[in-house]
Write a protein that binds this ligand. Structure first.
Ligand SMILES: *[C@@H]1O[C@H](CO)[C@@H](O)[C@H](O)[C@H]1NC(C)=O
Ligand SMILES: *[C@@H]1O[C@H](CO)[C@@H](O)[C@H](O)[C@H]1NC(C)=O
Ligand SMILES: *[C@@H]1O[C@H](CO)[C@@H](O)[C@H](O)[C@H]1NC(C)=O
Length: 144
């Protein structure tokens, strides 16, 4: 007797944390809270910190949105920073280990834009996809 069960044995551990929301296609709203969603496997850390970055801006934008997010929740609603949501293109969500290790990136979203919710300018222009791999983020000292 043959079995194909072994085919599935290796698949389970192959993928780690992956950001499924926001995507380049959906973007985020400049109004109200936005949702971060992810897929995880049992070997991922039990919590992480959500950081909004834009490596295409000078200086690079970096803002912690939520810390100690519980991995098993699969998604989390995040509120705007005290200064409000930024505008523009080329933003990414980084899931990082914790507040102290913002450059330890566990997963990264696609580049996306902030989009105004109602009828204002829909100027979604193209953003060059610059590779940010291996970059070390410099974050202005904040309260954390
Ligand atoms: C957060 O995750 C880290 C790494 O998995 C773990 O050591 C720590 O205990 C967790 N903290 C909380 C509050 O769950
Ligand atoms: C912004 O990020 C890019 C890409 O990682 C990097 O080359 C550049 O030096 C950064 N600029 C600043 C001001 O941090
Ligand atoms: C994101 O979408 C815009 C169009 O909305 C496109 O021009 C851009 O190349 C996309 N970026 C990535 C990284 O896919």
């Amino acid at each position: 007797m043959r079995t194909v069960a072994t085919l599935f044995a290796f698949a389970a551990s192959a993928l780690a944390l992956q950001v499924t929301q926001p995507t380049n296609a959906t973007g985020w709203s400049t109004s109200g809270s936005n949702t971060v969603a992810w897929n995880a496997v049992s070997t991922d850390p039990s919590n992480f910190t959500v950081v909004l970055v834009n490596m295409n801006e000078f200086p690079n934008y970096s803002q912690i949105l939520d810390a100690l997010v519980v991995t098993s929740l699969d998604k989390q609603s995040v509120n705007p920073p005290s200064s409000g949501w930024p505008t523009g293109h080329g933003f990414q969500i980084n899931l990082v280990a914790d507040n102290e290790h913002l450059s330890t990136i566990l997963a990264q979203s696609e580049q996306f834009s902030f989009i105004a919710p109602s009828g204002s300018s829909s100027g979604v222009s193209s953003t060059p996809a610059s590779s940010a791999s291996g970059a070390t983020m410099t974050v202005p000292a904040s309260s954390q």
